[in-house]
Design a protein around this ligand. Sequence first.
Ligand code: ATP
Ligand code: MG
Length: 472
Amino acid sequence: MDKYLNKHIFKIISDIADSEKIACFVIGGYVRDALLNRPSKDIDIVVTGDGISLAKKVAKKLGNTKVTVFKNFGTAMLKTPEYEIEFVGARKESYNFDSRKPVVEDGTLEDDQRRRDFTINALAISLNKETYGKLIDPFNGVSDLKSKLLRTPLTPDQTYSDDPLRMMRAIRFATQLNFEIETDSLQAINKNKDRIKIVSQERISEELKKIMLSEKPSKGFLLLEKTGLLKIILPEVDEMKGYDIKDGQGHKDNFLHSIKVLDNVAKNTKNEWLRWAALLHDIGKPRTKKFQADQGWTFHAHDYLGAKMLPSIFRRLKLPLGPHLKYVQKLVALHLRPIVLAQEQVTDSAVRRLLFEAGDDIDDLMTLCEADITSKNDEKVKRYLKNFKLVRKKLKEIEEQDAVRNFQPPVTGEIIMETFGIGPGREIGVIKNRIKESILDGDIRNNFKEAYQLMLKIGDELGLTLKSNKIN
Ligand code: ATP
Ligand code: MG
């Protein structure tokens, strides 16, 4: 395993550990990722002895690099330009039922490996000269890496009950690495699912984020559903499951549809928030669902309701409530508009209104809408995509012509006040709004001259008198 230790830093740690006569290993995620050929920035070093003192000596050797010591945890961390390296003494853990924080005591390397969540995360490589590069794999982690299997060193039931965050980690690793979770583990997760409540929302959401940013996030959401965790952490998504049939008419399973849309979007963007919009775009459907004899299944205004449901979901998940939420709300609220455009006659004014409302997010909205076409009917898909091409073309033409994407009123409130010699008041809003509407409807062009003429006309209608005139 020497080939995984060719970085200079390992030699430095090795030399110092030897001269201090302490056994020292690189362990966990770094080893796993090295064997999988994945880049990683964190290195965990475990020693049988004092990790903090070793860290300080390594830092000194590196030229007085700063060491951050967490005395309570017995760990020390230092940063090199390439890596974040954490040093810790080997330890043994035991848990209380009501907390995921263990009681810790000094232990052997094997004790330390046994407390880790998965066999593939329990691999260690020796750094001492005599055994440099030797792999220590008491739980057959390498074999699990080869068969792409997530297995726990201890019994699954104990592992997940001790620290329920591991349930999220299992699903996250399965998604990130495209591994399978061993059947016993899946059962244990299902059994212990309610214990997720002792894990802080921040930690749960961190794992959700990693699932979200994986190449094929649907895998994670299917596992969350299968284990019963989805219902606890994202009940609104869980509610989208299944379908009803009435008078021989069914509708699609909106959960399966949504995670398909999410995968489709994931092929085109790494934007986490566009991915959230994909997962949540139909979130309003279960609560707007109706069967109407003449129309079949309908979900009227699910776009509107969906956008309205988002703030409470974001708040609960502790996701950011500022512009990211606004962005996702906008995409959810507008997600039907391009489809309507593509189905009907694409009129200039409809395109202009969509551009006005979507602003700079128009391209992301189009990406979402194209991903939303998950029909099994190839002909239908082709037709839709062709129409979308047309919509995109039209969007470009109208934007070049009318520049409404980042609409700024061509006549300002100041100009209105000055022209009619009035102070701030409701007339200003009335005039500005009518000018905006006229531009969006295509009655006037988006320029100062036409807007100014219209302003004079509206002012006249409102009984305002002219004080100064910019034109003529
Ligand atoms: P990543 O860095 O991609 O999140 P990782 O496996 O390196 O993956 P870390 O959180 O960096 O995860 O943890 C480093 C190591 O610590 C893991 O490989 C694992 O051995 C151990 N570990 C982390 N969290 C837990 C946990 N909740 N239970 C048991 N062992 C854990
Ligand atoms: Mg790590």
